[in-house]
Design a protein around this ligand. Sequence first.
Ligand SMILES: [Zn+2]
Length: 471
Amino acid sequence: MKKILVLISILIIFLLVTGCTQPTGQTSQSTSANTVSSPVQQVLAKVEVYGNIADIGLPIYAHLMDGRKQEYVLAKTTTAELDKSGRKYIIIDPDTRDISYAIALKHNADCKVPVNYCSAIILDDGKHLILRAPAGQKKLIASADLDFNWLPDTPLRLIPRSSLKLGSRTGSGVTYDTHIGGMVSAVRQDTLSSLVGELSGEQPIMVDGEKVTITSRATESGETIKKATQYFGNYLAARNLTVEYPQWTSDDYSGTNVIGTKTGKTKPLEVVLVTAHIDTEPSAGRSPGADDDASGVAAVMLIADLTSRQDFDRTIRFAAFSGEEQGLLGSDAYARQAAKNDELIVAVYNMDMISWNQNSNVAEIHTRIPSNPGYEGDMEIANVFTDVVSKYDLSGDINPVILSDGEELSDQASFWEQGYPGIWALEDGNNDFNPYYHSQDDLHEKMNMKYYTAYVKASTATVAHLAGISG
Ligand SMILES: [Zn+2]
C-alpha cells in the first residue's frame, strides 16, 4: 500500500513538472530595462490601453478584453518603438520571426489534462489564450478543436473603410415598414427546421439530381462539405442571385466559399454582407453542427429567399464561409480580397450559433471595443438590431444585449481587421453556453426553435433595414 502511495506521489510530481501548467503571461513581465531583445528585433507585446487605440501609434494586431474586462492590444514591433510609445507593456514573445500566433477562447481550452497545444500558450488573459506556432506547427493548433483566430499578417486597419452613415441616432432610427413586416411574418419555424435538418444530415437532400446525406461539413470531410456547399449555392441561384464559388488556400488547408449577390437599385456599390460558416467540428466522424453553424447558414438561406422578391437600395451579398474552425480562413481570404479591391462593404451581419437557449432569451450582439475607431460603425448595425426587435414586436422571444467586447472568434473579425464595420450575432454565449458545441450531439433536436425563429425574424428585418427597401 505504502509503495503504491509513493508511486502515486512520484507520478503526481512528474505530472506537475512535465504537464500542462498554465502560464500566466504576467510572470514574464519585461520592461525596457531587462528586455532580452535587440533594439531592431520585432517582439510581440501586450500593451496597455487608455484613450483611443489609434493614438497608441504602434502596429496593432489585436484589440481584446481580458477575463477582468480590461482591454489591451497586441503589438508586433521593436522594443525601441514600444519604449517610444510611452505605454506600459509586457513582451510575450521576444522573437516573432517565422512565428504565427493564435488567439483562442479559453472556455474549451483549459489544459487541465496534457493537451498537445498547451506548451504553445504564451499568454492567458483569463478569457483568451495566445498561442505561438513556429512555421510548420500551425496545424497542431488548427486541428486542436479550439475556438480561435490567427493574428493577422498585417496590422489592424484602424481607419474605418466605410460606414452606413446613418448619422447620429438615438435608438429610434428604425420605423416599421409593412414590406419588412411581411418578410418577418414569413419566417416560419417549419421552414427553418427543414433547412437545419438537411444541413445537419438529419434528412437527405437532393444536390444536382443526386440524393445525399450530409453526415459532416468538416473542412476536410471531402465529398460531404462539397455537397453542402453546392446545396447552398443552388438554393441562392434558384432565387435569381448571381452565385460565385471563390476558392482559398492557407497553409495546410483549402476550401470554397459561396457568395450570392443581389444588386441594389440606387446604391449598388454599397454592400450589406450577410454571413455564416458552413464548416463544422468535430473534424472526424459524424459532424452535424446544427447550432454551430447550420443555424446561421439556414438563416442566411431564408433571408436570401425572403428578400429575393423585393428591390433594395444597397446590394445584399449572402455568404457561406468555410475554414472557420481552422482560424477564420475562408472569411479572411474573402475580406482581404475585398479590401484589395476597395469594395464598399458598409455592414457585415455575421450569424454564428443563434439557436441554443435554455432560459434567458439573450441575443448577444458583439461589436468592437469603444476605444476602437471602428466601434461607431459596428454600433450603427447593432442599434438597427435592437430597434427592430422592439418595432417588429419580438421582445417577448428575444432579448438583445449589445456586448462591445471586440470578441473576435468568428468571421466578422476578418472584416474588422480590414477596417469594415460588422457585428457577430450570437446566442447567450456568456451565461448559457451550448454544452453540445463541437460534438456529434450538436443536433437539430437540441435547438430552441421558438427562440431561433425569433432570432431569424430579427435578423431578416435587420438586413432589410440595413439594405433599405427601394421605392
Ligand atoms: Zn461557429
